[in-house]
Design a protein around this ligand. Structure first.
Ligand code: AZA
Length: 265
């Protein structure tokens, strides 16, 4: 009963040769349907497609005919579930889009209790690796995926634009609030999408040293060594805290991984 991974690998190649691979949602559906049609004992096919960025080089002001570069680690992703009894479920997404804003982000007024050590901040660096997804209503079959196939590139472009624009212009009250705004806009832009989700690690960058403007964060999880509280003033009175902060240090984990899922109903 076992379909060898060798056969599966070759099927992936041959179906890529025989069919369009763009948009990846259509290719994933065709591939999944093939396994259901070919093997009577297989009821569900799960397909994952990852598209990497290859951007055409501009050389002497003109697009080069055959040279490309890896334009960041961001990927476009598709998860397809093709069921013998229940049509095609597609989840599209973006992963590994690293972003940072140097101001326009705050986090204060959150619940404070006996478990809280975090200081409030009205102005911080905000950085994350965007992982977001949008899940489509179920498609009856491959023909339904193919019909209006432009929806997939349109939704990917809209999700990417919404993510970047909202990240840039939102005066962020929290990661949670900003990601919720992104989800709502994706649902509005893509009527056939039922559910959107984000998963955002909080990648902290802190001033080197502390002052009353920047209370120590996570003190309970750090050793309170003199070095930890050392700013750069020991070196000829260098000022690098508060309004003078210019040199920041990326913080290693553990940092928050903040997730949300927003559905239409
Ligand atoms: N949300 C934020 O935006 N920033 C944070 C959090 C949080 O839940 N926790 N620490 N820093």
């Amino acid at each position: 009963m076992v379909v060898a991974t060798d056969s599966i690998k070759n099927t992936i190649y041959i179906k890529a040769k025989e069919n369009p691979v763009n948009p990846p949602e259509l290719y994933a559906s065709i591939l999944g349907q093939h396994f259901i049609d070919t093997y009577a004992h297989i009821n569900v096919a799960h397909i994952n497609v990852v598209v990497h960025r290859w951007t055409r080089m501009t050389i002497d002001g003109a697009p080069h005919p055959h040279s490309f570069f890896r334009d960041g680690q961001e990927t476009r992703t598709v998860e397809a579930e093709v069921r013998r009894d229940g049509g095609i479920r597609l989840k599209s997404g973006i992963a590994g889009l690293t972003v940072l804003k140097s101001t326009g982000s705050a986090f204060h007024g959150f619940v404070r209790d006996e478990f809280t050590t975090l200081g409030e901040t009205w102005d911080r660096i905000l950085s994350t690796d965007v992982d977001c997804g949008w899940t489509w209503r179920t498609f009856a079959d491959v023909a339904a995926v193919r019909d209006g196939v432009a929806r997939f590139d349109d939704a990917w472009q809209a999700a990417r634009d919404i993510t970047m624009k909202t990240f840039a212009i939102d005066d962020s009250a929290s990661v949670q609030n900003t990601m919720y705004k992104m989800c709502e806009q994706i649902l509005a832009a893509a009527p056939e999408v039922e559910l959107t989700n984000y998963s955002l690690p909080n990648k902290h960058y802190f001033e080197i040293g502390t002052s009353e403007h920047t209370p120590p964060r996570f003190v309970a999880t750090r050793e309170l060594t003199p070095e930890f509280f050392l700013d750069l003033s020991w070196h000829g009175g260098l000022k690098n805290t508060g309004k003078d902060a210019e040199v920041y240090a990326p913080q290693s984990g553990p940092n928050g991984l903040i997730k949300c899922e927003v559905s239409r109903s």
